[in-house]
Write a protein that binds this ligand. Structure first.
Ligand SMILES: [Zn+2]
Length: 370
């Protein structure tokens, strides 16, 4: 996503913050300032907003780490002012896996709420349900806030408003019985009904964030339905339609510098090493760059790595994409009757088949706007 700053990486999953996220504390400060709220209270409010988003981040990692358990990578987690989005490399076709990946997020919030509640019970402090949250330095208000915020995160995200978590859970439950496309259609319709409800409620009750979220869900539900439809249509796409013809090939004794020059002239990421007309190996651009830095330009390229995946031009492109993700290969060689006729790279398939945005995880609007 453009305009997103990297924050940190955990288990290979990058957390990004989109610049528009800064609008949120900005909005809180501006609203408070115009109402004459003292600076100290404003900072406390901003602190609580950030605390909610910390819980959203943990929620997203719940999705991402469960996905990792099923061998599904996460490109990144992005924080937006409306919530967090985990961008999964693909959504498992197995509805049970989709179910668990999705449920894991809200469960994180339920666990945090449970811990906060346990601490409140042990320490014998009273829940400040009605008095609001005045102080970030008081355990009482922080714990009460964490309890309520996470309970709301749990409940709100379980609403069956596709593509929120509840909608995905509904879809995965439906697809255990129905074809996935039909299950998505039903979940999308339910999601749109909720979205219209959010918009109406938000506008009538003067909760602009809820109305914005409703609008967002409405649009996202449509986009998801379209993506699933397209994904079914492109199932019929063959490797031939996406492959790169005219691969770059060189002999093992060609120099690293020549190979590097040839690769940077065109936008290919793999180079074929041909020995007397036979494919001897391949070089990835990254490996070639490393070789150039370590050994210098005059070194021969050698035979490179063994050709990793070779496919036929008539193979389904979708299957190849799944295989590349599962086995971690960035490219494949397309072979016809023992002859290399082209190459295909993961990014050539990414536009069509993935990644899938999981989420957004929506913080409860009143948590920071009311
Ligand atoms: Zn979620």
């Amino acid at each position: 996503m453009r305009g997103a700053l990297p924050l940190f990486r955990f288990r290979g999953i990058q957390l990004l913050v989109h610049w528009t996220f800064l609008l949120l504390p900005g909005y809180v400060v501006l609203m408070g300032y115009s109402e004459g709220t003292p600076w100290h209270d404003l900072l406390v409010e901003v602190g609580f907003v950030l605390l909610v988003f910390l819980c959203v981040v943990l929620h997203e990692f719940g999705h991402a780490l469960t996905a990792q358990h099923y061998g599904v990578g996460t490109k990144n987690i992005t924080l937006l002012p409306i919530g967090g989005v985990a961008s999964l490399e693909r959504m498992p076709e197995d509805p049970r896996q989709e179910f668990w990946i999705t449920v894991a997020g809200p469960l994180v919030n339920l666990v945090i709420a449970g811990i906060a509640f346990a601490l409140i019970s042990i320490s014998g402090i009273t829940l400040l349900l009605s008095e609001g949250f005045q102080d970030l330095t008081s355990w009482n208000s922080v714990l009460t806030f964490l309890f309520l915020a996470n309970l709301s995160l749990f409940l709100f995200n379980l609403l069956p408003a596709f593509p929120m978590d509840g909608g995905r859970i509904l879809r995965s439950l439906l697809s255990m019985r129905l074809p996935r496309e039909r299950a998505t259609r039903i979940a999308t319709t339910v999601g749109r009904v909720f979205a219209v409800g959010f918009m109406a409620f938000g506008l009538l009750r003067g909760q602009p964030f809820l109305a914005i979220i409703g609008f967002f869900i409405f649009m996202a539900a449509g986009a998801e339905a379209k993506a699933v439809r397209q994904r079914y249509q492109i199932r019929s796409v063959r490797v031939r339609e996406r492959m790169r013809t005219g691969p770059i090939s060189m002999a093992p004794w060609a120099t690293v510098q020549d190979a590097w020059n040839a690769m940077t002239m065109v936008d290919h990421r793999i180079l074929l090493v041909m020995d007397n007309g036979v494919l001897a190996g391949i070089h990835h651009r990254e490996a070639l760059r490393q070789l150039l830095m370590d050994k210098g330009g005059t070194t021969p390229i050698g035979r490179g790595e063994a050709p990793l995946i070779s496919v036929s031009a008539e193979d389904p492109a979708f299957d190849l994409y799944q295989r590349m993700l599962q086995e971690g290969f960035p490219a494949a060689v397309v072979v016809d009757a023992g002859r290399v006729i082209g190459t295909i790279e993961k990014r050539d398939l990414e536009n069509a088949f993935g990644p899938v945005a999981h989420g957004p995880t929506l913080p409860v609007p009143s948590g920071y706007a009311g």
